[in-house]
Design a binder for this molecule. Structure first.
Ligand code: XLS
Ligand code: NI
Ligand code: NI
Length: 437
């Protein structure tokens, strides 16, 4: 078999003292942290669309990245070669998973039938490579936003004909995800939203979205697909207002349509920040509802107002994320998918490796730091103490629902004014910094 990355060797763990940018300083896959191997905590995944289909093109300029294995054509052979390059990269980076959209891995045809045939030809290669390498599919998804037919939405399109097309496409995408043993399936509502309310019946569109998701659940059961169905919130871009706005919105949508037992959430950092939240806010919101299923591990640029999908190299942010993950006992069958792309100016093939090494090491360091914070118990203890008035007495009665307004009024008459208690934010921040080194 051809070698796609001849100049690049398998990336190894060398420890924190290493100055080798092609080595891991923190990611040591087999090492155990809190009783579990790092690779099983982190479950890293390559996002095929960015890493193997991203070209560096942006609205202002052409492609900047030239990949020797990619002839730029829409041939099946070219698509199969990209898949081979993907598996070599997974092996060399020691990443266990990848994720794709149907249209990333295979060219679309002139009809649905032809697109499906193309997909099958690439899926066959992927399946063989998975068997050879032991690499796995974290999730599959359908691209329901690039083709012009979806310009007014997919399942929320005012035209039922488009709804039907989207259903047919998701049906096939679920089948190939199952064929490849995919552990999850993602719904990101790229154009499931609106540009102006003037032409939009929002109530009807949301009802259609719920119908669509219910049909996906029914079909999943029909074919006995065992993966988790995930919804990925995003507030805007490409639509002005996207229905799956943020974690809280999606949770309430799922609950009000009786879908919350069938779906979990795939939280993307850059989408949370676009919604005006921190990454960890949306993770915590999903986790508290018991619905944090997987993570798209990237970051935005706070100076830009769109989804820049950068590799997250920020240890503080990775630590905050891994605290949520550890506190809920892990992410499996979800994982950390690098839904991130190289900057347009990072044009070398080796930059594909460097970006993933940096992202993996940031989350590995985040995992180590989060584990230390939990094991030391200093910050968790301070938080517990902060709420301790609810552990006994009147507080316990409030939490258990065994008191009411009249008793609370009497309590105040007897006990008088509460004393203000400091929130001690700066103290927490100092202690957090003691762990970040
Ligand atoms: C786009 C989304 C997309 C999903 C998969 O903003 O992040 O890449 O993860 O459709
Ligand atoms: Ni994403
Ligand atoms: Ni995104």
């Amino acid at each position: 078999m051809a070698e796609y990355f001849p100049g690049l060797k398998k990336v190894e763990y060398e420890g924190p003292e290493s100055k080798n940018v092609f080595a891991f300083r923190y990611y040591n896959p087999e090492e155990e942290i809190m009783g579990k191997k790092m690779k099983d905590h982190l479950r890293f995944s390559v996002a095929y669309w960015h890493t193997f289909r991203g070209s560096g093109a942006d609205p202002f300029g052409a492609a900047t990245m030239d990949r020797p294995w990619d002839d730029g054509s829409d041939s099946i052979e070219n698509a199969q070669n990209r898949m081979r390059a993907n598996f070599e990269m997974l092996e060399k980076l020691n990443i266990d998973y990848y994720c794709f959209h149907d249209r990333d891995i295979a060219p679309q045809g002139a009809s649905l039938e032809e697109s499906n045939e193309n997909l099958d030809k690439v899926v066959a290669v992927a399946k063989e490579l998975q068997a050879q390498t032991g690499k796995k599919l974290l999730w599959g998804t359908a691209n329901l936003f690039s083709n012009p037919r979806f310009m007014n939405g997919a399942s929320t399109n005012p035209d039922a004909h488009v709804f039907a097309y989207a259903a047919a496409q998701v049906k096939k995408a679920l089948e190939v995800t199952q064929e490849l043993g995919g552990e999850n399936y993602v719904f990101w509502g790229g154009r499931e939203g609106y540009m102006t309310l003037l032409n939009t019946d929002m109530k009807r569109e949301l009802a259609h979205l719920a119908r669509f998701l219910q049909m996906a659940v029914d079909y999943k059961k029909k074919i006995a697909f065992g993966g988790t169905l995930l919804i990925e919130p995003k507030p805007k871009e490409p639509t002005t207002h996207q229905y799956d706005f943020d974690a809280a919105t999606v949770i309430s949508f799922l609950k009000s349509n009786n879908l919350d037992t069938e779906f979990k959430l795939n939280i993307e950092a850059n989408h949370a920040t676009l919604a005006g939240h921190s990454f960890e806010h949306d993770l915590q919101t999903a986790s508290d509802a018991g619905l944090l299923g997987s993570i798209d591990a990237n970051t935005g640029n706070l100076l830009l107002g769109w989804d820049t999908d950068q590799f997250n190299m920020d240890i503080r942010s990775a630590t905050a994320a891994m605290l949520v993950v550890l506190n809920q006992g892990g992410l499996a069958p979800g994982g950390l998918n690098f839904d991130a792309k190289l900057r347009r100016e990072s044009t070398d093939v080796e930059d594909m490796f460097l970006a993933h090494i940096g992202g993996m090491d940031a989350f590995a360091q985040g995992l180590r730091t989060a584990a230390q914070i939990i094991e030391d118990g200093v910050i968790p203890g301070m938080v517990k103490e902060r709420y301790s008035s609810y552990d006994s007495g009147i507080g316990a009665k409030i939490e258990s629902g065994t008191t009411e307004f009249t008793e609370l009024e009497t309590y105040i008459k007897e006990n008088g004014e509460p004393q203000g208690k400091s929130g001690k934010q700066e103290k927490y921040e100092i202690i957090l910094n003691q762990y970040l080194h």
